[in-house]
Write a protein that binds this ligand. Structure first.
Ligand code: FES
Length: 109
């Protein structure tokens, strides 16, 4: 299956992925600036991404912990998720994932 990342500059980067992969690792392998500092413990929000609307509805709902962490992330959208919490399913083939505009600046606050 395939996932397309959209960088801050608007470039489209296609990545090969398999069912069961975590979106965080796929993004990192594709060179996206997703730090994933807490390695999926929902304690950092550096893995925040914005999911294309068409695919967002196919994801299981975010847990309360994930929602709380997203509240702290920069550039949050209605379709924001933590990529460490997104496991790829067949349904998500072709998914578009946007990198938030200023996630790296969040440390400056
Ligand atoms: Fe820290 Fe996802 S890696 S919340």
């Amino acid at each position: 299956m395939r996932v397309t990342f959209i960088t801050r500059k608007g470039e489209r980067v296609e990545a090969e992925a398999s069912v069961g992969d975590r979106l965080l690792e796929i993004g990192q392998a594709a060179g996206m600036p997703l730090e994933g500092t807490c390695e999926g413990q929902m304690a950092c929000s550096t893995c925040h991404v914005i999911i294309g609307r068409e695919w967002f509805g196919k994801l299981p709902e975010a847990s309360e912990e994930e929602e709380d962490m997203l509240d702290l992330a920069a550039d949050v959208h209605a379709t924001s998720r933590l990529s460490c919490q997104v496991l790829l399913t067949e349904d998500l083939d072709g998914m578009e994932v946007q990198i938030p505009s200023d996630s790296n600046n969040a440390q400056g606050f």
